[in-house]
Every structure is written in structure tokens, then in C-alpha cells.
Ligand binder design. Structure first.
Ligand SMILES: NC(=O)c1ccc[n+]([C@@H]2O[C@H](COP(=O)([O-])OP(=O)(O)OC[C@H]3O[C@@H](n4cnc5c(N)ncnc54)[C@H](O)[C@@H]3O)[C@@H](O)[C@H]2O)c1
Length: 263
């Protein structure tokens, strides 16, 4: 039995975006510290692979191939949670994509879809998890935000930035409302973390890598595994007096106010 400050044994976590990237890294780190998991992703085969890997570690890991931008699908995830585990201690809201376009060009349909992906989906999952945590023994929620939660990025990020700004305020409001009920709500704000989308953009425009690196004092782009420590810390009792925090995971980007670039 792991008796450390970071022990998660006996806890149940729901993590979205768990087929790859930061969602998979978060889920794996939680499992390594003892949590059982319900994993969610649009990518059925991918999330099934993550669940199989965590099961091999001796954890109970089940999955749902669902779209978190659709409230009825989010609710179905929590019905499965109720029947399989009957409790929730941690929610990691990681999944959700953006659509990039200049403010003068973007359609309102695309703005609305990004809002569904990143705001409505995260809020619906927070609401479902929060209701259960408030009625149970509390819990911890982590919303993935972005540098764009608190600084402008330019370069066609208008819909993303508006949505991620809302994620920051969602986190602060929920932490304020639910702290007395033992439910903590925090956000992680990553800078550029390598994923297939970023790799494609760097392949199309090689100067982007240097542009991003010029804003990262630590001298490298993020990797999905950079989220592991924060995820375990925020899920565990070692962070029990931390709520409403927007925590940069950015190699120092926000400290030097380097998020934006008009090019
Ligand atoms: N990578 C970065 O540089 C970066 C920086 C700041 C914030 N973020 C945010 O962090 C989150 C995860 O980023 P990542 O780099 O791990 O992404 P990724 O592209 O590596 O993985 C995202 C996963 O989410 C799944 N997904 C996407 N939309 C979904 C939906 N509607 N329902 C269910 N699953 C869905 C995908 O299938 C994929 O498996 C995203 O919300 C992203 O906007 C990323």
C-alpha cells in the first residue's frame, strides 16, 4: 500500500481525451498512483488501447467512446460511472478541439462548435461530477485551459481564446460555489505541448517552432508527460487546500508575458 501524499488507491477518476496526448498521460499517471478509471474519447480504438494498458497495470479501467461536446453523451458517461463504480473522486476535462480562423472570417457556426467542444462539454461534465461529489465525500476537478485562458494569442485563435477564457471563469466560479462542499476545481494552462495537430502545423510552417520556442524560457516545447505530476498532485490530498487556481504548465511563458504574437 502506497502511503505517500500522492496515494490515489481507492479513488475513481474520469478522464476525457484519454486516447492520446495529455489525457492519456494524465490517466496513466493517476493509474500508476492507484486510481481506477473511466476513460472517454471520440477515438474508440485509441481509448480502448489506453484502457487495456491501464488494466495490465492492475487497475480497473473501462472506457466510453463518446463526444464530450454533446451533453446527452456526457450524461451517458456518468450513468455508466454510476453503474460500474458508484462514486467519483476526480474529473479531468481534457478533450476538446478548436477551429482556427481569423476573427473577420470565422463563421458563427464554428464559434458555436468550439464553445460546445471546450465550454459546454467541460461544464456539463463538471456539473455531473460536481453533483455526485457534493452528495458524496467531495472530490477534485481539473479543467484543461490554455495560455489563451488569460492572454491573447493572435494567429486565428479567436474562437479558442474566447472559449478558454470561459474555462478560466468556469473554474473560478465553480471553485467558489463548491469549496464548502469539499469539491475543488482547478485549471491547468499549458503552452505548446507537442501533439499531432502541432506537428502538422510545424511541418507546414517550420518557422512556427522557433516562434513558439522564443516564448518559452525553458527552451523546449511541452510534452504530454509534463502533465503527469500536476495531475497526480491535484487529484491527491496533497493539494487539499488548493482550489480555484489557474496553474501554468508552460516552461515560463506566461511569466514573461510571451503568449501573444500578431504574426
Ligand atoms: N497541445 C497543446 O499545445 C495545448 C495547449 C493548451 C491547451 N491544450 C488543450 O488541451 C487539450 C488536450 O490537448 P492534447 O494536446 O492532449 O490533444 P490531442 O489532440 O493530443 O488529444 C486530444 C484527444 O481528445 C479527443 N477528443 C477531441 N475532441 C473530442 C470530443 N469532442 N469528445 C471526446 N474526445 C475528443 C481526441 O480524439 C484525442 O484523443 C485540448 O482541449 C487542447 O485544446 C492543448
Amino acid at each position: 500500500m502506497n502511503t505517500s501524499l500522492f496515494d490515489l488507491s481507492g479513488k475513481v477518476a474520469v478522464v476525457s481525451g484519454a486516447a492520446q496526448g495529455m489525457g492519456r498521460a494524465m490517466a496513466t499517471a493517476l493509474a500508476e498512483h492507484g486510481a481506477d478509471l473511466l476513460l472517454v474519447d471520440l477515438n474508440g480504438p485509441g481509448v480502448e488501447r489506453t484502457a487495456a494498458a491501464l488494466s495490465e497495470m492492475g487497475r480497473r479501467a473501462i472506457f466510453e467512446a463518446r463526444d464530450v461536446s454533446k451533453p446527452e453523451q456526457v450524461r451517458a458517461i456518468f450513468h455508466r460511472l454510476d453503474s460500474e463504480f458508484g462514486r467519483i473522486d476526480f474529473l479531468g476535462n481534457v478533450a476538446g478541439e478548436s477551429i482556427m480562423a481569423r476573427p473577420e472570417d470565422i463563421s458563427l457556426e464554428d464559434v458555436e462548435q468550439v464553445w460546445r467542444n471546450l465550454v459546454l462539454g467541460r461544464f456539463c461534465a463538471c456539473q455531473e461530477a460536481g453533483r455526485r461529489m457534493l452528495a458524496g465525500s467531495g472530490g477534485s476537478i481539473v479543467n484543461i485551459g490554455s495560455l489563451a485562458s488569460i492572454t491573447a494569442l493572435g494567429r486565428g485563435h479567436i474562437a479558442y481564446s474566447m472559449a478558454m477564457g470561459a474555462v478560466a471563469q468556469m473554474t473560478r466560479e465553480l471553485s467558489t460555489e463548491w469549496a464548502r462542499g469539499g469539491v475543488r476545481v482547478n485549471a491547468i494552462l499549458p503552452a505548446q505541448v507537442v501533439n499531432p495537430g502541432l506537428e502538422k502545423r510545424m511541418a507546414e510552417k517550420p518557422a512556427l517552432r522557433d516562434q513558439w520556442l522564443s516564448g518559452i524560457p525553458a527552451g523546449r516545447l511541452g510534452m504530454p508527460d509534463d502533465i503527469r505530476g500536476l495531475a497526480v498532485f491535484l487529484a491527491s490530498d496533497s493539494s487539499k487546500w488548493i482550489t480555484g487556481a489557474l496553474i501554468p504548465m508552460d516552461g515560463g511563458n506566461l511569466a514573461m508575458n510571451a503568449g501573444g504574437s500578431v504574426r
